[in-house]
Design a protein around this ligand. Structure first.
Ligand SMILES: *[C@@H]1O[C@H](CO)[C@@H](O)[C@H](O)[C@H]1NC(C)=O
Ligand SMILES: *[C@@H]1O[C@H](CO)[C@@H](O)[C@H](O)[C@H]1NC(C)=O
Ligand SMILES: *[C@@H]1O[C@H](CO)[C@@H](O)[C@H](O)[C@H]1NC(C)=O
Ligand SMILES: *[C@@H]1O[C@H](CO)[C@@H](O)[C@H](O)[C@H]1NC(C)=O
Ligand SMILES: *[C@@H]1O[C@H](CO)[C@@H](O)[C@H](O)[C@H]1NC(C)=O
Ligand SMILES: *[C@@H]1O[C@H](CO)[C@@H](O)[C@H](O)[C@H]1NC(C)=O
Ligand SMILES: *[C@@H]1O[C@H](CO)[C@@H](O)[C@H](O)[C@H]1NC(C)=O
Length: 432
């Protein structure tokens, strides 16, 4: 049984009162005996929860996959870490430098059973890379898989969770991305589990075994479930890890980015402290996304409180792109220490058409009330009524552009702004 523990934060900030009450049970962080009504593997599966010493806020960092796919080595990883410092990304809050698939040899060490870092790619080993990343004040992430092999065919951790978690902890790893490839058929879910209890599905249990193994190492590790939105993960993810993928892989196209926003917008009740829907890594700097699409990509990941893991060769970002990913107001919303919930869709006016993804979102931060407007179509004037924004009501309001910090003026009843094709307006609103 999960302990029903309601967190309540009430802070008075000037005239603003922000109340962020948890809307759901806190994840179980104690080991409890599985219910005796469970059968099969679920009757004995570990129920230990993720560490609450890490992962309260959505992760900010970089991951090697979208930039290099399998073609990685320690030079590229350490170059990214150095660029966190020289480009000011570390100062903006970016912290995790994450190695994706293809870091090890194809076979485990015959005597220890451990996964072996490929010495031609990682001559310093993972521990040597971790030391250098830590010396910069940053954190290191690694990658494995809740199956027999990773997606690229390297050793997976299913059935070897303990030996692998011990190795990761000993090497100084701070973050584990755990993928979902090469799952033996008896570990898949052919049907909905009894009572719709997806926490006790085979899929969830594959991840729970790693949660328990990570716990046993004694080192808090950020646990990222790369489960592609399977097994209704948003219903149980916070009992197992800190974040969970909601869809298949992102690509550098508007259709991919907009469809991920649309899928995620349906499951925002699961997002709060220690509990983050993962919309996958960033494609800013990749492919031919327009500047407006790159702004929407960053803004939506920020206001929906997804992990933001940059996914490009950071050397190639130009100053406009760096300004997007370092935008102080959007990052402050994403990393807000007092409000854990994301912005959620609202109906802007009585006659606002319904779109996929939704265009209008509202949410609170410790700075005030925010409205975000994604233009899913061609350049147009977008209008919302203040009275339709949850928590605002009627009256006169001051509106600030979060992208520029510019005050846009004081407005009564409603607000209109021109938003370019596939761009996103980001607004901070205070009662005048
Ligand atoms: C392991 O779980 C116990 C019990 O919930 C908890 O007190 C401890 O902090 C956890 N340790 C780690 C490293 O997650
Ligand atoms: C990593 O790859 C880059 C580009 O191919 C190369 O310049 C560098 O020497 C490689 N580093 C290692 C450790 O193999
Ligand atoms: C776990 O590792 C051992 C080698 O130490 C290997 O023989 C075994 O197949 C692995 N288990 C799974 C389920 O892949
Ligand atoms: C699948 O089969 C393996 C090998 O027999 C076994 O260890 C494992 O517990 C099985 N998984 C499930 C979900 O029954
Ligand atoms: C940066 O690249 C984007 C395209 O991704 C372009 O629209 C923008 O003008 C560039 N900025 C600079 C300063 O070159
Ligand atoms: C918006 O309005 C539609 C129909 O009028 C309603 O079904 C929907 O729940 C509303 N959405 C929100 C977020 O209030
Ligand atoms: C997009 O905008 C065009 C031009 O204003 C309009 O004809 C079309 O219906 C819009 N499409 C959608 C899906 O709203």
């Amino acid at each position: 049984m999960a302990v029903s523990l309601h967190r309540l934060f009430s802070y008075v900030l000037g005239a603003l009162v922000v109340t962020a009450a948890a809307h759901k049970s806190a994840p179980s962080v104690t080991s409890t005996a599985a219910s005796s009504t469970l059968t099969g593997i679920a009757a004995t599966a570990p129920t230990i929860g993720p560490s609450h010493q890490v992962g309260r806020l959505p992760a900010l960092g970089w991951n090697s996959w979208n930039a290099y796919s399998c073609n990685i080595n320690e030079t590229k990883i350490l170059d990214a870490a150095d660029l966190f410092i020289s480009l000011g990304l570390a100062d903006a809050g970016y912290e995790y430098v994450n190695i994706d698939d293809c870091w090890p040899l194809e076979t485990r060490d015959a005597s220890t059973g451990r996964i072996v870092p490929d010495p031609s790619k990682f001559p310093s080993g993972i521990s040597g890379v971790a030391d250098q990343v830590h010396a910069l004040g940053l954190k290191l992430g690694i990658y494995s898989d809740a199956g027999t092999n990773t997606c690229a065919g390297f050793p997976g951790s299913l059935g070897n969770e303990t030996v692998d978690a011990e190795a990761f902890a000993e090497w100084g790893v701070d973050y584990l991305k755990y993928d979902n490839c090469n799952v033996p058929s008896n570990w898949t879910d052919a049907a909905t589990p009894p009572d719709n209890d997806w926490y006790n599905s085979n899929s969830a249990i594959r991840y729970r075994q790693m949660t328990a193994a990570l716990n046993q190492t004694g080192k808090p590790v950020h646990f990222s479930l790369c489960i592609w939105g399977d097994a209704n993960v948003w219903e149980w993810g916070d009992r197992v890890g800190h974040s969970w993928r909601m869809t298949g892989d992102v690509s550098a196209s508007w259709s991919s980015i907009s469809s991920i926003i649309a899928a995620n917008a349906q499951h925002l009740d699961s997002v709060d402290f220690f509990s983050h829907n993962d919309m996958d890594m960033m494609e800013i700097g990749n492919g031919d996304l327009t500047l407006e699409e790159q702004r929407t990509h960053f803004a939506a990941w920020a206001f929906l409180k997804s992990p933001i893991l940059l996914g490009t060769d950071l050397n190639n970002l130009n100053s406009t792109q760096l300004d997007i990913i370092k935008n102080a107001q959007l990052l402050a919303f994403h990393q807000d220490p007092i409000v854990g919930t994301p912005a959620t869709p609202f109906n802007a006016t009585a006659s606002a058409p319904s779109t996929s993804p939704p265009e209008f979102y509202a949410g609170k931060s410790s700075k005030g009330t925010h409205v975000f407007i994604i233009n899913t179509n061609t350049t147009a004037t977008k209008t919302f009524e203040f009275g339709n924004v949850p928590g605002l009501g009627f009256g006169r309001f001051r509106v600030q552009d979060m992208w520029t910090g510019k005050n846009l003026g004081t407005f009564a009843n409603k607000f209109s702004i021109t938003v370019d094709t596939h761009d996103t307006a980001a607004l901070l609103i205070h009662r005048a």
